[in-house]
Design a protein around this ligand. Sequence first.
Ligand code: NAD
Length: 421
Amino acid sequence: MLDKGRYDESKPLDMHNLQFDLAAAKLDLEPWIADKIKHPRRELTVTFPLRRDDGSIQRLTGYRVQHNTLRGPGKGGIRFHPQVDLDEVRALAGWMTWKCAVVDIPFGGAKGGVTCDPGEMTLAEKERLTRRYIWEISPIIGPEQDIPAPDVNTDPQVMAWIVDTYSVFKGHTCNSVVTGKPLSIGGSLGRLKATSTGCVYVLQEAAKHLGLSLEGGSAVVQGLGNVGYHAAELLHDAGVRIVGLSNVQGGVYNPKGMDPRAVKEHFDKTGYLPDYPEADEIGNAELLELPCDALIPAALEGQINLANAKRIQARIIVEGANGPTSPLADDLLKERGVFVVPDILANAGGVTVSYFEWVQNLQKLFWTEDDVNHRLRDIMVRAFGEVLAIAQREDETMRTAAYMLAIGRVAEAKRVRGIFP
Ligand code: NAD
């Protein structure tokens, strides 16, 4: 029996390790394989100077961690955020390994980040930061080695700077070095909304499994960024009432429902979300506890924890964010009958369409948006079904079942590849 008290639920790496240990204990793995695949394969820490617009120079620290490359090149986003540290990047890289394995795409897991506050930077400063960070990590990234993508505070424009910087070294355009690019330089149709589209597909599967109808039902979304905004928009268009929305500043609540486009328009115009006039202001903590059919945390890690899990009223949680629920909260949610679709399954739509983008780049082909979404749906629905079957067979949470599926696949790759030399 695992002593969960040994893990600190506020630390993403402890969360990752506990989630791994819980699932690995259910599999009959060779101890050396379990030990090998739990830990990162390669880690790079870089420090570099950023010239600010006022002429001052700031020293920044960045990371790129390749957790596992047994099933294919490393794959994972780049995050710019004050909270970034090596342990957070390790956890995020590990989650990428399991995510790619759950949906069975031929990638390993990686992640990168720079400890910085992009909210205080001009666009020109953000561009210089991106280019220098990429130059620093360029020895270990590449289309066959490790392929970055967007994450918190990085977007298609940042990906375009990465393509340009990397291509300048190589002496030729190399757009398959990142995914999540603008369409004009080899991005894929459907990629911008892919994570959110995937969340909606698994939410539909979860509702079907529980016998709930989503149309006319209600949803709360935390985080109005790439994942949260598009998830809210897609659900609103599908007839779901969006009763709560938030960003880092706070949230808004209207039990009758809100149009996420109007909320975002208000935010874009005024720079402040919580005073959206058609709703009541609400804090992020209260937002998570609102009554609703579906809750989509789409901001940062550790939002649902021992302190608030007993007050969560949602029937289904679809984890748009990585690591939003602590493993100790998982137990409470299970007891209370809340159905959690775990991050490594729920938000795998992003990396799945990133894989499609990479395939299109390598083949110099372009698929239609319908084609992308059909292929995405097939993969998400199949993965959901596989995870649910394990959860039912083993009487486990969807999270432990997803880890069992993913760890089993990565372990098998290690077993057949063996040890060098
Ligand atoms: P983003 O930068 O576009 O948006 C993040 C949003 O979260 C912003 O609205 C921000 O204001 C809000 N936020 C930040 N801190 C908050 C807090 N404490 N409380 C409430 N809101 C807060 O980032 P994103 O790309 O949408 O990523 C969000 C989450 O989804 C992250 O966990 C990321 O790792 C995960 N994710 C992203 C992708 C992707 O394709 N972008 C794919 C898979 C998973």
